[in-house]
Write a protein that binds this ligand. Structure first.
Ligand code: ZN
Length: 251
């Protein structure tokens, strides 16, 4: 079971994925319980970023009706490895700062293929890393690391408090995708005032680590920079919000 407040955020995220479906050529279905686990891990690992490896669940192809509902006109079934399958369980592979997090410890790379497989050893299909108190926008180091990914790369950005040694860093250009209420997120004060306005940020929920969560962002992309549409699904493979009829096709 996923925390109710997180489930509500996922419904809003999925509605956004649905409304923007024509902007994407491929989709990735990520289970809500895995997503929740990633958020908790991200906060437990502070102040580090974490790198998480994910494989597909080969027994769980995307539900056809769901894939159809979220399909854009430019759909392409051959964008990445593992496409068409729901993501399986997650494994924390590394932690560190925004550069070192991408370079695996030796016990992960110490096999006969390591040199030919690059710094991540080609171990997993998909990769996700976290941006604690920073937006989910890839850095140059992130883009470099993604070159070895056969599936997709994901970035999970979380804004939380107390901030500890990581005040919210927002001076980054790029496209963001918030998990949750756009209206709340857009109404927050401009960045120069955010230091003073910190106490008035909306609290979406509280993590087991005790952190108040103000904002969650999640993006997925291919190594060429192509954005992948993420759909957050329940244990049966249906998107959160599906039974409320949120994603009826309007074509
Ligand atoms: Zn990064």
């Amino acid at each position: 079971m996923v925390e109710p407040w997180l489930e509500e955020l996922m419904v809003v995220y999925n509605r956004d994925s649905f409304e923007k479906r024509s902007a994407y050529t491929a989709q990735l279905h990520l289970p809500g319980n895995v997503f929740e686990q990633l958020v908790w891990w991200a906060l437990q690992a502070l102040p580090d970023e974490i790198l998480v490896g994910l494989d597909i669940d080969a027994a769980s192809p995307h539900l056809k009706e769901v894939e159809q509902a979220f399909m854009g006109e430019e759909f392409d079934p051959n964008i990445f490895q593992g496409q068409g399958f729901i993501v399986g369980e997650a494994h924390i592979v590394n932690r560190g700062d925004s550069y070192s997090v991408h370079h695996l410890p030796e016990d992960w790379t110490d096999d006969m293929f390591s040199t030919s497989r690059g710094s991540r050893a080609g171990r997993f299909t998909h990769w996700l890393h976290t941006h604690p108190n920073a937006p989910a926008i890839p850095s140059h180091a992130d883009a470099d690391a993604a070159q070895e990914t056969s599936g997709v790369d994901m970035i999970l950005g979380i804004r939380f408090s107390p901030e500890g040694p990581l005040p919210w860093f927002d001076d980054v250009d790029g496209v963001r995708r918030r998990v949750g209420n756009e209206a709340v997120a857009e109404s927050k004060p401009k960045r120069k005032r955010s230091f003073f306005a910190g106490k008035q940020l909306p609290v979406l929920g509280v993590a087991p680590s005790g952190h108040k969560i103000h904002e969650i962002q999640l993006i997925a992309f291919r190594k060429n920079g192509l954005g992948i549409n993420v759909v957050l699904v329940d244990e049966d493979g249906f998107p959160f919000g599906w039974e409320q009829g949120q994603f009826a096709s309007t074509l």
